[in-house]
Design a protein around this ligand. Structure first.
Ligand code: NIG
Ligand code: FE
Length: 415
């Protein structure tokens, strides 16, 4: 592997300096540590040095073979950490998209057997190999868009066998992926039609969780705790069982209603509670007293035409927030994190600095990767985004939909 020197960088955005702080909250989210006129040195896939060009000692390039990259006019920052996706799925759901354009709601489509159950039917009829192929293509697609670490959920299986099939696909992706992947068991994504509620719950608790843990197939356990899906007490039972088996809790919370998902997430020490389109003072207060990361998914609100999470109220109340894509076939068929940043700014009134912190250092926390990802530090994996020439970082979320990422470096290799 060649060493790399990126020099004359217009701005190098570090996304955090203080190693004692695993994430940024409240007013601190506005701060984006940066060096204008900077260099970065990458040796053996790791960042070995960075700083101002004025302090750059050219002697450093004396030994070994170096690839010199001109960063003039460009911005360099850590790759995005996408802490919430569902990229293992079969088929697509643009027919439901048309149904919504014709006036049906997301929930109505789900009641008619579409939605998650539609994806489950397709996945059950798709081989592990075919699932792997399509998920691998999505994985490399998002790497090209700047994602340098990703979480992937099950939840379109909804039988023991098919949930395991999904998680085995994620395991195989881990083996070939240039970026780290965390796996989440989301058997509690919806109730399948061929079981009673009690029967499916028992299957999750007594069969799925023990088997997932026995095969070491997941780090996290997630539940869709919302109107029409899993109740607070069902969520509690599932997360507790998962915890017994070493799975860390996460929740799909408060997307469709004030579901109590935030309360149960905080009670169960969830690493993150995600969605949060329906959040008020009570939820904000609870989150402020917890270590649970509120994770916002604005491309879902955009695609479904629902209210956005109240990011401004949350940050102004002193909370941390993270951003993720929710890439899935039903509510967010895109894993484009630059677009997520644009939505965060335009629709949730986050500043570009807050949005980048939310999609790097804070989302790294939301998937247990603060030690390696989400900021620029010496000795850590060199996973960096090099932009096309632009006047300032704000140009990236401002130019929504444009492709402004020139190159993506993953642990020292270009993608
Ligand atoms: O995160 N909200 C629940 N689950 C997914 C969407 C599932 C689907 O429609 O396929 C989400 O939005
Ligand atoms: Fe999701």
């Amino acid at each position: 592997m060649k060493n790399i020197c990126i020099q004359h960088i217009q701005s190098l955005l570090l996304c955090g300096e203080d190693d004692n702080k695993p994430y940024k909250s409240g007013a601190a989210m506005k701060t984006l540590e940066r060096i204008d006129g900077a260099f970065v040195l990458i040796e053996g896939g790791k960042i070995t040095d960075f700083g101002a060009m004025a302090e750059f000692d050219k002697q450093r390039l004396g030994q070994g073979e170096w690839e010199l990259i001109d960063g003039t006019g460009r911005i360099v920052f850590p790759t995005f950490v996408d802490s919430h996706t569902h990229i293992v799925y079969a088929g697509s759901r643009e027919s439901e998209f048309i149904d919504r354009l014709n006036g049906l709601s997301y929930e109505e489509i789900a009641r008619r057997g579409g939605g998650i159950l539609n994806s489950a039917k397709r996945l059950q009829n798709t081989s592990e190999e075919a699932l792997f192929e399509s998920a691998q293509a999505r994985l490399f697609e998002v790497i090209g868009l700047g994602t340098g670490a990703i979480e992937i959920k099950s939840g379109y299986g909804l039988t023991l066998e098919d949930e395991l099939k999904m998680l085995r696909v994620i395991k195989k992706l881990k083996e070939i992926s240039p970026i780290p992947i965390k796996a989440t068991f989301l058997g509690a994504h919806a109730f399948p039609k061929n079981y009673s509620r009690e029967e499916y719950l028992e299957l999750i608790l007594e069969k799925m969780i023990p088997q997932v843990a026995a095969e070491g197939l997941a780090e996290y356990c997630d539940v869709f705790c919302d109107r029409g899906f899993f109740t607070v007490s069902e969520t509690r039972a599932i997360l507790k069982k998962g915890h017994e088996y070493g799975l860390i809790p996460k929740i799909h919370a408060n997307e469709l209603d004030f579901s109590g998902g935030v309360q149960i997430g905080v009670e169960q020490n969830a690493l993150s509670v995600d969605h949060l389109e329906c959040v008020g003072k009570e939820e904000i207060k609870l989150l402020a007293e917890s270590k649970t990361m509120p994770t916002l998914l604005p491309s879902t609100a955009f695609f479904l035409g629902i209210d956005y999470a109240p990011a401004r109220n949350m940050i102004d109340a002193g909370l941390a927030v993270a951003l993720a894509s929710d890439y899935n076939p039903g509510s967010s068929p895109s894993g484009n994190m630059s677009f997520v940043l644009s939505l965060a700014c335009l629709k949730m009134k986050m500043t570009p600095e807050e949005a980048l912190n939310a999609a790097t250092i804070n989302s790294a926390y939301a998937m247990g990767m603060t030690q390696t990802h989400g900021r620029i530090r010496k000795g850590k994996p060199a996973s960096l985004i090099l932009t096309k020439p632009m006047p300032s970082f704000a140009f990236l979320p401002y130019s929504f939909g444009s492709d402004l990422i020139e190159r993506v470096l993953i642990e020292g290799a270009w993608y």
